[in-house]
Ligand binder design. Structure first.
Ligand SMILES: CC(C)(COP(=O)(O)OP(=O)(O)OC[C@H]1O[C@@H](n2cnc3c(N)ncnc32)[C@H](O)[C@@H]1OP(=O)(O)O)[C@@H](O)C(=O)NCCC(=O)NCCS
Length: 188
């Protein structure tokens, strides 16, 4: 697959999110424990729908392996050394969907609405281009209306709805919406 001609990002980098100085850098194995602590401190509603259980140290360890093998990456956002959010990219492993990547965003409630989600989304877009991916997917429960609006504003469109496809932390199933974004032709 042809690689898009984009220059690699130079992390760490500092961005200004609505007046707050935020450092962006790539997550490594050394961040695993702090990432779990960050997740455990999030409100219950933010943890209802997770593709991997980021509050679980074993799941996080598996995720770190995916990062180290190049199948995933996470851009961490920090303010004064405190994790305030992340944007992640998971490259699809099956051969026939190897042009796809899944984007996930999570911003601590205290730091929402400052443009940080958009900043992290842009980092994930860049990473997807660097990896030569063609299409990004974002999956969320149909009930996550706010998140859908955010992803629409980021340029994603709803492409499919799948009945009872996700199970929340309480074991209840919900309909899933698949939103996609065409990476090809993106500019910085
Ligand atoms: C979704 C989420 C990442 C957005 O992060 P954020 O930093 O608040 O987003 P931003 O401030 O960058 O906003 C991005 C755009 O969405 C809009 N927006 C933000 N929150 C919104 C909401 N609740 N409803 C509608 N629009 C919203 C903003 O106005 C902005 O649009 P604009 O640039 O055209 O003005 C954050 O709310 C979150 O972590 N939610 C919980 C986890 C989740 O649901 N993740 C999505 C599934 S992967």
């Amino acid at each position: 697959m042809a690689k898009a001609s984009v220059s690699p990002r130079n992390y760490p980098m500092t961005v200004n999110a609505n007046g707050t100085k935020v450092t962006l850098r790539l997550m490594t194995r050394a961040d695993a424990e702090k990432s779990v602590q960050f997740a455990r401190a999030l409100p219950e509603e933010d943890l209802m729908f997770l593709t991997i259980d980021i509050t679980d140290a074993n799941d996080m360890a598996q995720y770190v392996q995916a990062v180290e093998s190049g199948h995933a990456l996470t851009v961490l956002a920090e303010v004064d050394g405190r994790f305030v959010g992340y944007g992640s990219l998971n490259v699809s492993r099956p051969h026939w969907t190897r042009h796809l990547g899944e984007m996930r965003l999570l911003i601590h409630p205290d730091f929402r609405g400052k443009g940080l989600g958009r900043v992290l989304a842009n980092e994930v877009f860049q990473a997807a281009q660097e990896k030569g991916l063609r299409k990004l997917i974002a999956r969320m429960a149909v009930s996550q209306r706010g998140a859908q609006s955010v992803f629409e504003k980021l340029g994603f469109t709803a492409e499919a709805m799948l009945n009872d496809f996700v199970m929340d932390r309480h074991g209840l199933t919900h309909d899933l919406i698949v939103m996609t974004y065409d990476v090809t032709g993106l500019t910085e």
